[in-house]
Design a protein around this ligand. Sequence first.
Ligand code: TYM
Length: 331
Amino acid sequence: MKMETVLSGIRPTGRLHLGNYFGALRNFVRMQHEARCFFFIADYHSLTTHPDPASMHDNIRDVLAEYLAAGLDPEVATIYVQSDVPQVAELSMLLSMHAPVGELERTASFKDKIRKQPQNVNAGLLTYPVLMAADILQHRADKVPVGKDQEQHLELTRVYARRFNSFYGVEYFKEPTAYNFGTELVKVPGLDGSGKMGKSEGNGLYLSDSDADIRKKVMRAVSDSGPAEPGAPMSEPVANLFTLLRLVSAPEVVAHFTDTYNRCEIRYGDLKKQLAEDIVAVVAPIRERIEAIRADEAYLHRVTSEGAERARESSAATLADVREIMGIKRF
Ligand code: TYM
């Protein structure tokens, strides 16, 4: 049986939080031994929000060190920086010829950005899903481990793949699916009682947080005044704490707190203490490796150069086919 290809990326716009970890990174680590894997740092995508050029390189270093500290193995997976494979920019440009502007304007992420940064609605934001499709299609990926917020982008990638195949009368691109190891896609909630954990929301738990930071943040997380009667529906902040608990704690622990909640005997302080310790158990071993890896210039150079070479080879082969299919030939 042919090995499946798995690919995913994360933008270097700050230290990685538990949303990035459970939505994407943990999946990469679990899948690297069973598939042909490409994991990259999406630095081109991060340029849509105009990061400070002086901090760009260190931001990439942070994500790379966190990938490796979490257990990504460059001996089995191809780990690279997106801009080290410029072929993706050409593929994105070629795919954009079949990406109607109206369709791009209707994507949720574009509408969200217009709201959040009305002073900077650039063309890169509009074509963001096309570049993302090029990331995925250049390696002909089958599965893309991402969080729930990326689902619509994956849908568009499938639309572009289908449209390309049908326009040119070929069966060239596969249709990739958004994927979470063994279960549904996840949306990791923040600690502020609503929405999802995010870099800019100030509600995150980071892989680089100290044990003390984690305990402090979890103990301060929003909850409510307790269930009014047995079987009362959970408020959003409390449901969020249970979502986090299901991600990090043993099933018996989840069952215990669900039971005490249902009997109106829950003490949120106990739940939070347990939650904090179980998060510390996930984060501490990763955090302890981050700084040493981050400082190892020679290792980071080797990982990214070998990764870029393998990724360029795969990407160049796809690009040569796509050029030919579209009628671009050499004299
Ligand atoms: P980015 O950098 O915003 O997020 C990286 C990954 O983390 C996931 N994530 C979450 N998952 C669950 N709960 C959360 N609270 C949470 N917050 C973030 C995201 O779903 C994502 O998987 N466009 C992408 C980067 C990208 C990419 C790609 C991904 C560029 N090209 C090709 C896959 C394939 C992004 O901005 O992710």
